[in-house]
Design a protein around this ligand. Structure first.
Ligand code: DMJ
Length: 456
């Protein structure tokens, strides 16, 4: 063998050995990394307790609080509760549960966003009920569900956006497939746990109403009017406002064994792969296309879109999921943290500075967690560490974690959303935690990372 060939063979062997060693190292570091995530949760939670207790969320820079409405609905408390339970923070979880069970009231004269309240509060109450058996949480969930029901009283059955929790008055019919189609995991579970079929029926009908209005090529648009049933635009993608419409097709098929959702997913997936998927020089992405013509309109993908590998993996297509997750990692690595939108042809943020923002989103961690569950490939542990390191480096504040105005300048903004505690840190923790922490095969996560167990 020539000397150069020997050198090349030696270099390749060294690379393989070093990657094996680093795979072994990351496996052996799982316990330490889980603990590190737990510490970051406590850092954020303690800041919330100190500066924002009893309010919806923490403002980490001004060290104060924010509420969504004129009366707080304890968004962070309910959203974070099952994360604490899973992290084994028993005393803390017990006292939060007691506070929620004795103080949370939905008898408020306020208009709330049905979608956000469903995924954060209804989902959080249901999963914490299942994890603890505390019947008071189920009672609260049932009360909330009843107060939300009037949203479905539109001429089409698609929900209005806002509902008054006290009066049942509804408003705002300009809505989207995401907000319409991301209710059934919660409403369906409520039906199963209370024996009241109405919740399942209205939420399923709402999804069908969107699906039945898909275009002749099988795509949906971004905005639709719940009263007239007319599409208000034709932009199709897997990004914000549509995303979890697809996610819940896969999840409802699994959770409720409802084959209608399997059929909806199969036909939607075919349309997405034909028109929305995009093989670019940088890899596989899902961009934007016109719902009627299928014409490519934008080559954008974003932080929220990074939920899609998890959904693909859950639907059985781990191979495509893994390819898309590699693209997500490229988006993350460009600035060491991911932007709200990314043009995958230019491999940079689209022109407008507003797309440079980062909202402490969980989706890319969620997909790493799912892919690790399905493959046990240490690659996803490495990814998780990259995400954790990036978050700590760029978003950690003295009081909790802060969103970024720009992933380029890394300038922080004064908000920590409750999903950072419910989802971002939960998925990172579960990625590294021992498998017995939560039996992945036994639960379906709602879109806010609240695990629901099929007990029916
Ligand atoms: C969360 O509230 C949910 O994951 C929702 O489905 C999308 N947006 C945020 C997190 O980014």
């Amino acid at each position: 063998m020539k000397l150069t060939s020997l050198i090349i063979a030696g270099t390749m062997l060294a690379a393989v050995l070093s990657s094996c060693t680093s795979d072994q190292t990351i496996r052996s570091e799982k316990g330490r990394l889980a603990d590190e995530v737990r510490q970051e949760f406590l850092h954020s939670w303690n800041a919330y307790k100190k500066y924002a207790w009893g309010h919806d969320g923490l403002k980490p820079l001004s060290k104060t609080y924010y509420d969504w409405y004129s009366a707080p609905l304890y968004m962070s408390l309910v959203d974070a509760l099952d994360t604490m339970i899973l992290m084994g923070l028993k005393e803390e979880a017990d006292s939060v549960r007691e506070f929620v069970a004795t103080h949370l009231s939905f008898d408020r004269d306020i208009y709330v966003k049905n979608f956000e309240i469903t995924i954060r509060l209804l989902g959080g109450l249901l999963s914490s009920y299942q994890l603890t058996g505390d019947e008071r949480l189920l009672k609260l969930a049932d009360d909330l569900g009843t107060r939300l029901l009037p949203v479905f009283n539109s001429p089409t059955g698609m929900p209005y956006v806002d509902v008054n929790l006290k009066t049942g008055a509804v408003r705002n019919s300009r809505t989207n497939p995401g907000e319409i189609g991301t209710l059934l995991v919660e409403f369906g579970t409520l039906s199963k746990l209370t024996g009241k079929p109405v919740y399942y029926n209205v939420a399923k009908n709402a999804v069908l109403q969107v699906y039945n209005r898909r275009s002749s090529i099988g795509l949906v648009g971004t905005w639709i009017d719940a009263e007239t049933g007319k599409w208000l635009d034709s932009d199709s993608h897997v990004s914000a406002c549509i995303d979890s419409y697809y996610e819940y097709m896969v999840k409802c098929a699994l959770l409720f064994d409802d084959q209608d959702f399997k059929r909806m997913w199969d036909s939607s997936r075919a349309a997405l792969d034909k028109y929305v998927a995009d093989e670019a020089p940088s890899g596989l992405w899902y961009g934007h296309a016109d719902m009627n013509t299928g014409k490519r309109t934008r080559t954008w993908f974003g932080a929220l879109d990074a939920f899609f590998p998890a959904v693909l993996a859950l639907s059985g297509d781990v191979e495509t999921a893994a390819r898309l997750q590699e693209s997500c990692l490229k988006m993350w690595n460009k600035y060491g943290i991911e932007p709200e939108q990314f043009d995958y042809r230019k491999m940079d943020v689209p022109g407008d500075p507003k797309w440079e923002r980062f909202f402490l989103n969980p989706e890319i961690m969620e997909s790493a967690y799912y892919l690790y569950q399905f493959t046990q490939d240490p690659r996803y542990l490495h990814m998780g560490k990259t995400f954790l390191d990036g978050l700590k480096q760029h978003c950690r504040a003295e009081a909790g974690y802060a969103e970024l105005k720009s992933v380029i300048t890394k300038e922080k903004t004064d908000r920590m959303e409750s999903y950072f505690l419910a989802e971002t840190l939960k998925y990172l923790y579960l990625l590294f935690a021992p498998p017995e922490t939560l039996e992945f095969n036994k639960v379906v996560f709602n879109t806010e990372a609240h695990p629901i167990r099929r007990t029916w």
